[in-house]
Design a protein around this ligand. Structure first.
Ligand SMILES: *[C@@H]1O[C@H](CO)[C@@H](O)[C@H](O)[C@H]1NC(C)=O
Length: 488
């Protein structure tokens, strides 16, 4: 009879699926590129700070390097592989080591940096890369009282940048006006290990040295939820949002085993799952692909990348594979999805920092067909912002604007970053006219000639002081360089 056969088959099929979970990522294959496609002779930073030291976009790879008498990073066009000359231009405006860098997700020519000199700087890189060293940022953001170790752009609002410093403060800037709009002062009693935006940038989550993971509404400046001792060990944790709003953390157990855990922010009492991994002591940096729900863990000082698929059903976290090499990683860059080669079924590309070079590592899914594999490439976040900074600070949210990778991604022309600093008089004027109609606005009295002249004078004075400071700074850097030569 037919029916028993069918039902047996169904039961079998069901059991089979439970035992052997199907995943298109089971056979993801990692491979380092050939030697001639590496970036060689780079003095990767030795500063003691657990950031990735490397930031990548579809045009450039940026790497924090050792620099005497200040802080610097390299910006190389992706095709500029091979030996990098000692004289290759750098971005060198900071007066202390650079600790973190992040490319603007909405403009591939714009990168932000945070430094030991307590400032954040935003840079506009020329279309084809640097032809001479760059020491003048588009804007300097000053507000932290200690070194700035964390920089992260808002995922969907243009010109919104978050920084976190060792003063335990988080500042959210409107880069378009150079203003600190939000300062989260009293939320973290100790050093912040990392900050991550959720998918639409309405919330942030943080991991802190006090062992707490916090979910914060930055615009309301309120704590939404908190989990103390997310991991019991004393070593650094990381916390990132997944696209469904859950949080993935890495950290250490009391016995110093490295752990990976998953949390539902609605109830952080108990983790959804905890995976124990090994007993190495490098911090596990997570890199997440929201389109495929694959998370890659790169331990600082490890020589491997481990990757997992996250699913909606228990046990949620599924180990996929390990990409292992002999040499340890000093840092790691992660290419945004739109920068991948879809014709090669590339699903991730890493830029592994060695002591003196940067080595791309390509992850692919082996497929026989040459056709576009749309199951591997759901639409992904494109470069266009969903909203402007002002909208976001006013309380609006926007999901990422997705693009198809079907015919590959072709980088477009980026507009120049313009910073229009409001001066105090501007602010006053706009406050006075806030409730008035446009007609009233144009009728409002112009500032008197006298006060305008006065302002001109003050601005001139400021400019000359600024020039003085900058020339002194250059002198100091020169002197420091001379000193260091003498020291050697
Ligand atoms: C943004 O994300 C939050 C949290 O996941 C969600 O509650 C909200 O509806 C989202 N807003 C928009 C406009 O998508």
């Amino acid at each position: 009879c037919f029916w028993p056969f069918i039902s047996n088959w169904l039961v079998f099929h069901y059991l089979w699926k439970r035992v052997v979970r199907q995943s298109k990522f089971r056979h993801v294959f990692g491979q380092a590129v050939k030697n001639d496609q590496c970036y060689d002779d780079i003095r990767v930073s030795r500063v003691t700070w657990d950031s990735a030291f490397c930031a990548v976009n579809p045009k450039f790879v940026a790497i924090i390097i050792e620099a005497s008498g200040g802080g610097a990073f390299l910006v190389l066009p992706l095709h500029k592989t091979g030996r990098i000359d000692k004289a290759y231009p750098t971005v060198c405006g900071h007066t202390g080591p650079v600790l973190d860098i992040d490319w603007c997700p909405h403009n591939d020519q714009v990168i932000a940096s945070g430094s030991e000199d307590c400032t954040v700087m935003v840079w506009q890189i020329p279309e084809n890369g640097l032809v001479s060293s760059m020491s003048e940022p588009v804007v300097v953001l000053e507000g932290h009282s200690k070194r700035v170790g964390i920089i992260t752009w808002h995922p969907t609002a243009r010109n919104v940048l978050l920084s976190a410093g060792c003063d335990n403060q988080i500042i959210i800037w409107n880069v378009g006006t150079g203003e600190a709009m939000i300062t989260l002062e009293d939320m973290h009693p100790d050093v912040i290990y990392n900050v991550c935006w959720n998918r639409n940038g309405s919330l942030i989550c943080t991991a802190c040295k006090d062992k707490s993971v916090r979910v914060i509404d930055p615009r309301k400046e309120t704590l939404i939820s908190e989990r103390e001792k997310a991991h019991e060990g004393a070593r650094p944790m990381r916390a990132i949002f997944l696209s469904d709003g859950n949080i993935l953390t890495t950290g250490f157990s009391r016995m110093s085993e490295r752990q990976l855990a998953l949390w539902n922010t609605a109830n952080m009492e108990e983790p959804m799952t905890v995976n124990e991994m090994d007993t190495s002591n490098g911090v596990l940096l997570p890199f997440y692909d929201p389109d495929t729900n694959v998370v890659y863990l790169c331990g600082k000082g490890d020589s491997s990348i481990r990757y997992f698929e996250i699913t909606e059903e228990a046990p949620y976290v599924h180990f996929l594979n390990t990409f292992a090499t002999k040499e340890p990683q000093r840092g790691m860059g992660y290419m945004p999805k739109r920068g991948l080669d879809v014709n090669k079924c590339e699903i991730a590309r890493f830029f592994k920092l060695h002591e003196r070079k940067c080595e791309p590592v390509v992850m692919t899914v082996p497929r026989k067909s040459d056709l576009f594999q749309d199951d591997l490439y759901p639409d992904t976040a494109g470069p266009d912002p969903a909203l402007e900074a002002e909208d976001w600070f006013d309380g609006k949210n926007g999901e990422p604007i997705l693009i198809s990778l079907k015919n590959g991604y072709v980088p477009g022309k980026n507009r120049d970053l313009k910073v229009v600093k409001k001066n105090i008089l501007d602010n006053k004027a706009s406050k006075n006219t806030e409730n008035s109609t446009p007609a009233n606005k144009s009728a409002s009295p112009a500032p008197s000639i006298k006060s305008e002249a006065k302002l001109e004078e003050i601005l001139k004075e400021i400019k000359s002081l600024k020039d003085l400071v900058s020339s002194q700074e250059k002198r100091i850097i020169k002197l420091e360089e001379q000193m260091s030569k003498i020291a050697i």
